[in-house]
Design a binder for this molecule. Structure first.
Ligand SMILES: Nc1ncnc2c1ncn2[C@@H]1O[C@H](COP(=O)(O)OP(=O)(O)OP(=O)(O)O)[C@@H](O)[C@H]1O
Ligand SMILES: [Mg+2]
Length: 413
C-alpha cells in the first residue's frame, strides 16, 4: 500500500516508497537496516539497503531537511566532495495518525569511514596527519566554491582511503550557506568554528584513551587551520614574475596541478613599466588527476589513487611503445587493471575499492620483487596478495567490527 507521504526528489526511486515510513526511524525493523559505521549525531540516522544501493536516512525537522537537501544538491552540481541528497520524505504519520519527523535520505558514501572508526585503534601520528591534511583540503575546496560550512568537524566529515592518504567528504550540510565567493572574514569565521569543534572532538578522543600519547588536542585543531592556510596561500597568492622569467608561470601551474588543482585562467597585469608581471591564478577545483583518469579510462578514483594509476598507465604506454594516449589507456584498462580486479573472488570484493586494491597489488609486487631481487610479475603478485594480504583484511564496506555508538545495534543485512 502506498503511504500518504510527500516525497521531494529530483530522481525519485520508487523503491523508497517501500520503506516503513509510518514507523519512527528508531523502531525500524532490523531486517530493513544495514549495520555500517556511523559517526556521532544528534538526530537519528540509520542505513537501509534497497535493491543493491545503501541509503542513509536521517530524521530531522522539515525546514532543516529542505535546507540540507538544497545545499547538498548545489554541492553536487559543483562536483564538490559531499554525500549525495536523494529525497526528503515529509508528511509522515504513524498508524494512529500522530505526526512523525520528516526524513532526509542521502546515498551512503561507499567505503567511507567516520573518524571514530579510524580512531578505534590508537591512531599513529602520521595517519593522524593525513586525516588532518584531508580535512584541510576539503575545507579549501568548499571555500573555493563559495561554500560556508558553519559546522566543520571530524564527525561531520567522512574519510575514504586514497592511496596511502585520505580523501575527506562533507556529510552534514545543515548549517551551510552558498555564496558567490567567500570574504576573508567569512573564511576566518568558518575556520574558527572548525578549530573549536575539532579541539572538542580531540579532547573527547583523549578522554576515551583513543589519542596517541604524543598527540595534543590543541595541536590537532591548530594543525588543521595551519594546513588550510598554507594550502589556501599556495593556490591563491599573487606572484610577481620578472619579464624574462615567464616560465615561472608555467612552474606555478604545474605545482598547482601536482596539488590536484586545475587552473581555469590566469589574471596577469604588467607592473614596473613592463618589467614585471603580477600573476594570480583562478583555481577552479581539485581533482586534476581524477578528471584525467576518468576521461582516459572511465575509472572513478580519488585524487592520489588517480595520480598513481596514471603513473602506471604512463609507464605501460612507454613500455608498449604506444603513442596514442587513448589507445594506451584502453589497452591498460583491459590488459592490466581489469584482470587484477577480476581475480578477486566475490567474497573478498567488499574489502576494498577496485582502485585501492589495484594499487595495493602494485605495492605488493614491488615488495616481492625487492625480496626476490627480480621482477616477480603481475600474476604471481596478485595471487600472493589475495591469499597473504586481502583475505586477512577486515571488511570495510560492511561492519568494521567496532561499536561506534551505543545505539549501533542493527544486524548486517
Ligand atoms: N550518506 C551517508 N553516508 C555515510 N554515512 C553517513 C551518511 N549520512 C550520514 N552518515 C553518518 O551518520 C552520521 C550523522 O549524520 P549527520 O552528521 O548528518 O547527523 P546530525 O544529527 O545532523 O549531526 P549533528 O549532530 O552534527 O547535527 C555521520 O557522522 C555519518 O557517520
Ligand atoms: Mg553531524
Amino acid at each position: 500500500m502506498l503511504e500518504p507521504v510527500r516525497i521531494t526528489s529530483a530522481l525519485l526511486d520508487p523503491v523508497l516508497l517501500d520503506l516503513p515510513w509510518t514507523t519512527p526511524l528508531e523502531e525500524w525493523p532490523a531486517e530493513q537496516l544495514v549495520a555500517l559505521p556511523r559517526g556521532i549525531s544528534r538526530h537519528t540516522v540509520r542505513f537501509v539497503r534497497l535493491e543493491g544501493s545503501v541509503y542513509a536516512v536521517k530524521e530531522t525537522v522539515e525546514k532543516v531537511a529542505e535546507r540540507e537537501y538544497n545545499l547538498l544538491r548545489a554541492l553536487e552540481r559543483l562536483d564538490a566532495p559531499s554525500v549525495e541528497a536523494v529525497a526528503i520524505v515529509a508528511d509522515r504519520s504513524d498508524d494512529a495518525g500522530e505526526p512523525l519527523a520528516p526524513a532526509l535520505v542521502t546515498r551512503h558514501l561507499q567505503f567511507s569511514l567516520p573518524y571514530r572508526a579510524l580512531f578505534s585503534q590508537t591512531l599513529r601520528p602520521d595517519t593522524m596527519n593525513r586525516l588532518l591534511d584531508a580535512l584541510a583540503a576539503l575545507l579549501v575546496r568548499l571555500h573555493l566554491q563559495g561554500f560556508f560550512w558553519g559546522d566543520c568537524s571530524l564527525s561531520n566529515t567522512l574519510f575514504r582511503r586514497d592511496a596511502g592518504a585520505f580523501a575527506a567528504y562533507l556529510v552534514d550540510a545543515e548549517t551551510g550557506a552558498m555564496h558567490p565567493t567567500l570574504s576573508r572574514g567569512q573564511r576566518e569565521e568558518d575556520l574558527e568554528l572548525a578549530r573549536v569543534n575539532i579541539f572538542g572532538e580531540a579532547l573527547d578522543l583523549e578522554a576515551a584513551g583513543l589519542l596517541h600519547p604524543s598527540i595534543d588536542p590543541e595541536v590537532v585543531s591548530d594543525e588543521v587551520i595551519k594546513r588550510y592556510e598554507s594550502l589556501w596561500h599556495e593556490i591563491t597568492y599573487e606572484q610577481t614574475i620578472e619579464r624574462d622569467a615567464r616560465h615561472h608561470v608555467e612552474g606555478r601551474i604545474r605545482r598547482l596541478n601536482e596539488l590536484g588543482f586545475d587552473v581555469a585562467e590566469l589574471a596577469m597585469s604588467v607592473v614596473d613599466r613592463g618589467q614585471r608581471y603580477l600573476v594570480r591564478p583562478k583555481v577552479v577545483d581539485a581533482g586534476h588527476h581524477s578528471r584525467r583518469l576518468l576521461r582516459l579510462t572511465g575509472l572513478d578514483a580519488e585524487e592520489n589513487q588517480a595520480r598513481r594509476l596514471l603513473n602506471d598507465l604512463d609507464a605501460y604506454r612507454a613500455e608498449s611503445n604506444l603513442t596514442d594516449e587513448m589507445i594506451a589507456a584502453h589497452r591498460w584498462l583491459s590488459e592490466v587493471f581489469e584482470p587484477v580486479v577480476r581475480a578477486v573472488p566475490p567474497h573478498l570484493r567488499r574489502k576494498l575499492e577496485a582502485p585501492e586494491l589495484f594499487l595495493q597489488v602494485l605495492d605488493h609486487r614491488w615488495l616481492l620483487s625487492e625480496k626476490a631481487g627480480r621482477d616477480v610479475g603481475l600474476a604471481p603478485a596478485v595471487h600472493s596478495y589475495l591469499t597473504e594480504v586481502l583475505a586477512k583484511r577486515p571488511d570495510e564496506q560492511a561492519v568494521l567490527g567496532v561499536d561506534l555508538t551505543p545505539e549501533t545495534a542493527e544486524i548486517d543485512a
